[in-house]
Design a protein. Structure first.
Length: 127
């Protein structure tokens, strides 16, 4: 059996150069609980985050996930979350501040200890 070795072509992405590249990404994790243990319909909170990120960056993608964390008061909390993701061209102070403001409002309105936010692969707990 003949094996061929593939080499990385540094010019492989040249065909995409004429298109807009959105090199940055943020994700906001919308919980499905209020005050850590009370299950809620989070659809209005999800809609809020989707709308805000769309106004900031032009669009979003959302998907369901499961996660967990340990609460000092309630122990292990396991819940479904909706991850709302948006991609954008430039990571500016204004963009970061807007993302943090969205997460802070979500945290307050859902009575959370914090809300998870990922920017360019780095996880932050916003309270």
């Amino acid at each position: 059996m003949k094996t061929t070795m593939k080499t990385t072509n540094t010019n492989a992405l040249e065909g995409l150069a004429k298109f807009t590249a959105l090199k940055h990404q943020c994700q906001i994790f919308v919980p499905s609980t209020m005050d850590a243990v009370e299950s809620v319909d989070s659809s209005e909170f999800v809609k809020f985050v989707e709308t805000e990120l769309s106004m900031l960056f032009g669009g979003y993608t959302s998907y369901q996930a499961n996660g967990g964390w340990v609460s000092a008061e309630h122990g292990l909390i396991k819940e479904g979350v909706t991850v709302v993701t948006s991609n954008f061209e430039e990571l500016t102070s204004d963009a970061v501040n807007a993302i943090v403001d969205i997460a802070k409002k979500l945290c307050k309105d859902m009575a959370q200890e914090c809300v998870s936010v990922v920017v360019d692969g780095q996880l932050y707990f916003v309270d």
